[in-house]
Design a protein around this ligand. Structure first.
Ligand code: GTR
Length: 412
C-alpha cells in the first residue's frame, strides 16, 4: 500500500482572517470579453461568453478533461440490491468501471431509492471515507481503495471499525422520506486524494501514448472527481427508478469544490450544491481571506491543474474569479452554504461569489442576491440559495434541511 503525507488538513497559521485586512480588489468583468465585447442577452451568454469563461476555468484552474475515450461499464448485480428503511426503500451498489483489462479502476455507487410508482429526484455526492462510513447498514461493502489514516483507519485501509462513522453527514432516512433518492460514492475510488504524480486513480487511463502525467492545462484530482460524478449521472440515466433530469450534485469542502466544477461542466445536473467549499470552490480568491491560492497549491498540489500554481500570491492575475464559476451554472439552480466558524473557507467570500453572479442570472430575469443574511437564516432567491449556518466546518442536518427545501421549491 502506498503511503502518503497527511493531507487531510490544509489549515495554516499566519493566514488573514480579519475583514479589515482584505485588500482592495477588482473582479474580472463577468460580462465583458477580452476584446471588449459586452454580453447583453441570453444568446450572447450562451453562444459566446459562457464558452470563454468555461475555457478560462478549464485552462487556468481545474484543467482540461482529456479527449481520449475510455470504456465505461456499469455493473448491477441483483445480489447487491436489498430493501432498507423497513421496506420503504431499495438500496443497491453499482460498479462503475473505468477502462478495461489490466488497466481499470472501479468505483462503487451506493444508491438508496424510495419505493415509488414514478422516477424520483436524487441527491448525488461523494463521501470522504468510503460508502460504508455513510451508514450503519452492514451490507454496504467496504472500499479497498486507499483511505486516509485517521480514527479507526490504519495503513490506509478501510475496515468494519469505521462503518457508520460519517452517518450524521448523510441523513438518508430523512432524504428518502422527502421523496428523494440518495447516491454516494467514495471519491478515493476514482482518484486517491494524495499527490503521487497521477499514477493511481483514473488519470493514467487517459494518458496518450508515452504520457506519464497530465500536462500543465490538463485535469488534476478535482477534474477527475468531477468526471466520476458525470459517469454516475450516465448510470442514473439508465436507471428507470430515478429521474435523471432531477439530479442535484452536492459536496462538502473539497468535495464542494468538486460539485461546483461538476455542475459548471455538466449541464445535465439539475441543482448544484456547495457546502463550505471555500478556496477553489465558492470563495472569491481576490479577497485573500482564509485559505489562499498559494496555501492550497502547496498543501494539495494535485487538486488543480499545474497552470493554477502560476497564481500563487498573484490572485489579481487569475483571469477568472469564482463568481464566474457560479455564473457557469446559470440558469440552473445553485446553492452555497457557509458556516460561521469556518473562517478558513471565507463565508463572506462564498456569499459574494454568488452575489457577483447577478448579471448572468439577471439575463434570465432573476433579481439580485442583495445582502448577506445573518447566521441561521437562509435566502432563497429564485435559482440561487445561500445560508450561513452557526457552527463549524461540517455538513449537518440543518444544511440538508435547507437543500431539501430548495430542491422542493424547484420541483414545483
Ligand atoms: C482543508 C482545505 C480546504 C478544504 C478542506 C476539506 O484542509 O484547506 O480547502 O478542502 O480541507 O476538504 O475538508
Amino acid at each position: 500500500m502506498a503511503t502518503a503525507p497527511d493531507q487531510a488538513n490544509g489549515q495554516r497559521k499566519g493566514i488573514n482572517q480579519d475583514e479589515s485586512k482584505v485588500p482592495e480588489y477588482v473582479l474580472p468583468d463577468l460580462m465583458t470579453s477580452p476584446d471588449g465585447t459586452k454580453t447583453n442577452s441570453i444568446a450572447d451568454w450562451k453562444t459566446s461568453r459562457r464558452k470563454e469563461v468555461l475555457e478560462l476555468f478549464t485552462n487556468h484552474v481545474y484543467g482540461n478533461f482529456p479527449d481520449k475515450n475510455v470504456t465505461i461499464r456499469f455493473s448491477t448485480d441483483s445480489t447487491k440490491q436489498w430493501e432498507v428503511l423497513g421496506g420503504k426503500a431499495i438500496r443497491k451498489e453499482i460498479g462503475i468501471q473505468f477502462g478495461q483489462g489490466e488497466e481499470q479502476v472501479t468505483a462503487t455507487l451506493l444508491l438508496t431509492i424510495p419505493k415509488s410508482d414514478k422516477p424520483v429526484p436524487c441527491f448525488l455526492g461523494y463521501n470522504f471515507d468510503g460508502n460504508h462510513t455513510t451508514t450503519d447498514d452492514k451490507r454496504v461493502s467496504i472500499t479497498k481503495s486507499w483511505v486516509r489514516n485517521k480514527n479507526q483507519v490504519k495503513q490506509n485501509q478501510a475496515s468494519e471499525d469505521d462503518r457508520g462513522c460519517q452517518a450524521s453527514r448523510w441523513p438518508c432516512a430523512e432524504i428518502i422520506k422527502q421523496g428523494y433518492a440518495l447516491g454516494t460514492m467514495y471519491y478515493g475510488d476514482v482518484d486517491p486524494d494524495y499527490h503521487d504524480e497521477f499514477q493511481n486513480g483514473i488519470h493514467p487511463l487517459f494518458y496518450a501514448e508515452g504520457q506519464t502525467k497530465p500536462t500543465k492545462n490538463q485535469w488534476g484530482s478535482i477534474g477527475a472527481w468531477a468526471y466520476g460524478l458525470s459517469q454516475a449521472l450516465n448510470y442514473l440515466e439508465t436507471d428507470t427508478s430515478v429521474n435523471a433530469k432531477r439530479v442535484a450534485v452536492i459536496g462538502h469542502s473539497r468535495l464542494g469544490k468538486t460539485s461546483l466544477w461538476t455542475g459548471a461542466t455538466d449541464q445535465r445536473f439539475w441543482i448544484t450544491i456547495s457546502n463550505n467549499s471555500g478556496c477553489g470552490g465558492a470563495a472569491l480568491h481576490r479577497r485573500k481571506f482564509g485559505e489562499t491560492v498559494q496555501v492550497i497549491n502547496r498543501v494539495f498540489p494535485h487538486w488543480f491543474c499545474d497552470q493554477f500554481v502560476e497564481y500563487n500570491e498573484k490572485e489579481a492575475e487569475i483571469p477568472v474569479d469564482q463568481h464566474m464559476l457560479m455564473a457557469l451554472i446559470a440558469p440552473r439552480p445553485v446553492y452555497v452554504a457557509s458556516a460561521t466558524a469556518d473562517l478558513w473557507a471565507d463565508p463572506k467570500g462564498e456569499f459574494l461569489s454568488l452575489a457577483h453572479s447577478d448579471p448572468v442570472y439577471a439575463l434570465y430575469g432573476e433579481s439580485a442576491m442583495g445582502k448577506m443574511p445573518n447566521a441561521d437564516q437562509a435566502v432563497i432567491n429564485g435559482s440561487r440559495g445561500y445560508h450561513l449556518r452557526k457552527g463549524k466546518h461540517n455538513i449537518t442536518g440543518y444544511d440538508w434541511s435547507k437543500y431539501i427545501e430548495f430542491a422542493n421549491q424547484h420541483l414545483k
